[in-house]
Design a protein around this ligand. Structure first.
Ligand code: RP5
Length: 159
């Protein structure tokens, strides 16, 4: 079971790296590539139509600005697509990225995370895989326990 992490531009990599890192933590194999909806449309079609034949089970797609990548992938792939709106340097506070990924038409869902929320995209992808793979599910359970313990420790340190 592999997670594909694609992004519209190499300029998205600093944000998308967080998804790669967290998936490594969970020992989930990743495939990373740049696929631009506007600059490499043929590659977008090829990737979207074939990803499910290559052992990929979840796709994380990040893009900024007129962020059509996640939605177009979702239009052609039967796999779940998680969209990461990236705040690009010339963006209008990131609203362009958020709205163009979030506001999908009925029938073609993209699970949209927060602006620059690549870490949560990685966790969500792991949870999807964990729903039918016990070893990954156990790692998610431990991860949530660590989050809880961090809050308990921070709270205790205030006293
Ligand atoms: C989008 O345009 C990319 O996803 C990126 O967030 C944004 C800017 O791309 P570059 O001009 O930096 O390549 O397609």
């Amino acid at each position: 079971m592999k997670v594909a992490i694609i992004m519209g531009s190499i300029s998205d990599m600093p944000v998308m790296q967080e998804a790669i890192d967290i998936l490594k933590n969970f020992n989930i194999e990743t495939e990373v590539d740049i696929v631009s909806a506007h600059r490499t449309p043929e590659k977008l079609f090829d990737f979207s139509k074939n990803a499910h034949t290559r052992g990929i089970s979840v796709i994380i797609a990040g893009a900024g600005g007129a962020a059509h990548l996640p939605g177009m992938v979702a239009s052609m792939s039967p796999l779940p697509v998680i969209g990461v709106p990236v705040k690009s340097s010339n963006s209008i506070d990131g609203w362009d990225s958020v709205l163009s990924i979030l506001q999908m038409p009925g029938g073609v869902p993209v699970a949209t995370v927060a602006l620059n929320g690549a870490k949560n995209a990685g966790i969500l992808a792991a949870q999807i895989i964990g729903s039918h793979e016990a070893s990954v599910l156990n790692k998610i359970i431990s991860y949530k326990e660590e989050l809880k313990q961090a809050v308990i420790t921070a709270s205790a340190n205030l006293k």
